[in-house]
Design a binder for this molecule. Sequence first.
Ligand code: CTP
Ligand code: CA
Length: 227
Amino acid sequence: EAWRQERRDFTGEMVLVTAGGTREPIDPVRFIGNRSSGRMGYAVAEAAKRRGARVVLISAPTTLPCPAGVEVEQVVSVEDMRAAVMAQLNEATVVVMAAAVSDYRVKDVADRKMKREGAQAISLELAGTVDILREVVGRRRDGTLVVGFAAETEDVVANGRGKLERKGVDAVVVNDVSKEGIGFDSEQNAGSFLTKDGTVEFPVMSKVEMAERILDEVLKLRVGTAH
Ligand code: CTP
Ligand code: CA
């Protein structure tokens, strides 16, 4: 819509965004990944930039072009993403964690390509990764708003509310990834924006439009805070 073009309501904010799906190496040529396209996070980064923010995008691998005017740092693994996020956190006034972050990493990464010969079946031992979002909440400066994402396949809103409370974030955007045509690998999304004060439903819309709606809700959270 035309009126959106004029809004510079994120002037003075530094929006730190994570996007894409992290990759955990198995050996030099293989990894454990996920279906995240990065579109939702990139859309948030672009929208925040257009609305006047300084934007730093920490991006796990995607096929998307770098948004104009956005400072992009490419990362691969959870540990890379964690380091990049922590290095920027002091400057951030808003953090939007849209990346699909691996919950596990391979415990012993092979330094040479694993060979098929002689192995009918193998097991990979996995170790848990750090929860970057939790660490962000623990280390943020006063007034920094933190928004998490949750992709769920069942009990969508209840699971999202659980994450809101457990992780101590200001808001969680939940979406149902069991539905075809929205969420992972899609241009479209739908979901709910959860805060301690209530739920805002986002009907099916483009990820570009949802990014705007998310930022609208973030600004509402600013009202009454000291920033
Ligand atoms: N997240 C993170 N670091 C991790 C895992 C998740 O920062 N190691 C962030 C994601 O970027 C997202 C939020 O936490 O913003 C929720 O991710 P999700 O995978 O839904 O939460 P988990 O706590 O990993 O729960 P689940 O068991 O459902 O995967
Ligand atoms: Ca997870």
